[in-house]
Design a protein around this ligand. Structure first.
Ligand SMILES: Cc1cc2nc3c(=O)[nH]c(=O)nc-3n(C[C@H](O)[C@H](O)[C@H](O)COP(=O)(O)OP(=O)(O)OC[C@H]3O[C@@H](n4cnc5c(N)ncnc54)[C@H](O)[C@@H]3O)c2cc1C
Length: 434
């Protein structure tokens, strides 16, 4: 493509969604990625949980809107994919009630938006999830701590259950689906090509330079670089005016077989067990996938160079997460053979993404997705395309934040909530829950 109207840096699930939405607005879109396949960055190892339990109203609204895209995936894409379509597994989502109060922050937003939920007592949790121990663990601890091994003194206070939620079975395929959808509207993908510089002309972006020296010009450039977002912003020279920063944060996710006789792949539910420091969900092969909810006892592993970090599962994280899981599941067997994936969150200072313009005309960013925005790929793509369209037509988004009506829910999505210049949002969970 010689003269694109917009260059997207990054072909992860969000970059592909922004590309699709901009292409539908008749822009000639070029997506550039240094990987040789779309969705091969952090998207590939996403747990792809689709839930709405965010701490803020806007967080819940964007996720509820995002959920509807997955339910309507084939229609939304408008085109088939020769690899098939990613599948939304609607298994339901449990939040085990814990003193961190996350469920209490979420409930008023559910009521305001009309998201259906059930409140289970401990007895109902026992009946509905007979493979669980319903012991109450709080605060989360590490296996090296004596408190970890004490028997729970009581049962969990209950569970907040949302039946309409679940997970996507193949996050990389979801990105590929969006690629095909974007191509259907004329978008092009340039893979195996790294952007090494962003050129400017006065107060506006001019284009990008690729490794090898090729230059491609476009009036709009969008940073959707995932854990590389800060590096790309540095290339554009836009960091100084931002009050929220993004940094790569290493995370491990582990897989353990369901206990003997339990068909967790079919009977399991996505679960946030914050009192125990973990989230878990069913996984193909009757496995249980388990990750950390970032409790205070778990060290945050910041990474300086997103191209060079330890991609191997470590004994410390494996034991912490799988032993916690074993406290929740009857007869769970934690094998000696560690199994899992390691990847990076692009964590923002308040664990809320930045969907915004910048001080450089024509340069935009959809970054800081903090381990919790896979589910929002399409709703964020829509938000970004509206934001870009209005700003490129002269709207002053910094002074008068763009408001977008959700395509499915009609909910008002406030793009100003995701501003690069916001104060740190104290209403956030400051964890992967957002
Ligand atoms: C372990 C883990 C579990 C997660 N679980 C969930 C979950 O359960 N639910 C949820 O909603 N979210 C989850 N997330 C978060 C979610 O996966 C991410 O928010 C989402 O995938 C980010 O997509 P992206 O397109 O922004 O970034 P990425 O998928 O990382 O894509 C960025 C792309 O930019 C490219 N790139 C970077 N720099 C350059 C350059 N200079 N030139 C060219 N290309 C470049 C990279 O190659 C990469 O392909 C999880 C994340 C991780 C890591």
């Amino acid at each position: 493509m010689n003269q694109p109207d917009a260059i997207i840096i990054g072909a992860g699930v969000i970059g592909c969604a922004v590309a699709f939405e901009l292409a539908k607005k008749q822009l000639r879109v070029l997506v550039i990625d240094k990987n040789d396949e779309v969705g091969a960055g952090s998207t590939a190892n996403s747990c792809a949980v689709v839930r709405t339990c965010y701490s803020t109203y806007q967080g819940v609204a964007l996720a509820y809107e995002g959920l509807h895209y997955w339910r309507d995936w084939a229609n939304y894409l408008e085109v088939a994919d020769e690899r098939g379509l990613a599948k939304f597994v609607q298994c339901g989502m449990c939040q085990i009630i814990a003193p961190d109060g996350h469920w209490e922050r979420v409930k008023p937003h559910y009521d305001a938006i009309g998201i259906q939920y059930e409140e289970w007592t401990a007895a109902e949790a026992r009946a509905n999830m007979p493979m669980w121990h319903t012991g109450f663990y709080y605060p989360p601890t590490l296996p090296g701590d004596d408190a970890f091994w004490q028997e729970p003194a009581s049962e969990v206070p209950g569970v907040l259950y949302v039946p309409g939620e679940g997970y996507i079975n193949d996050p990389m395929l979801a990105a590929h689906n969006l690629r095909r959808a974007a191509e259907n509207y004329g978008a092009e993908f340039l893979l195996s090509s790294a952007v090494t510089a962003i050129r400017r002309s006065g107060e506006r972006v001019r284009g990008v330079t690729l490794a090898g020296g090729d230059e491609i010009d476009a009036p709009v450039v969008v940073n959707v670089g995932g854990p590389h977002s800060a590096i790309i912003n540095r290339m554009a020279g836009v960091e100084a005016e931002m009050s929220i920063a993004t940094r790569p944060l290493r995370h491990e996710v582990h897989f353990v077989s369901a206990p003997p006789g339990v068909d967790y792949q079919h009977d399991g539910k996505v679960t946030a067990d914050t009192g125990n420091g973990i989230y878990f969900r069913p996984e193909t092969g009757n496995l249980i996938l388990v990750g950390s909810t970032d409790p205070a006892c778990d060290p945050l592993e910041w990474v300086d160079n997103p191209d060079n970090f330890n991609r191997s599962v470590t004994t410390e994280r494996w034991q912490a997460q799988t032993y916690r899981l074993a406290r929740r599941f009857k007869d769970l067997r934690v094998p000696n053979q560690m199994q899992g994936v390691v990847d990076l969150y692009d964590a923002s200072d308040d664990w809320i993404p930045i969907y915004d313009k910048s001080s450089l005309g024509g340069y935009y960013m959809a970054i800081g997705t903090s381990g919790n925005q896979f589910k929002n790929a399409a709703s964020a793509g829509h938000l970004m395309a509206e934001l870009i369209d209005r700003c490129e037509h002269g709207h002053n988004h910094d002074a008068d934040p763009v408001q977008v009506a959700g395509r499915y829910t009609g909910l008002q999505l406030d793009a100003g909530f995701y501003s690069r210049q916001r104060n740190i949002n104290k209403g956030s969970s400051f964890s992967v829950l957002g």
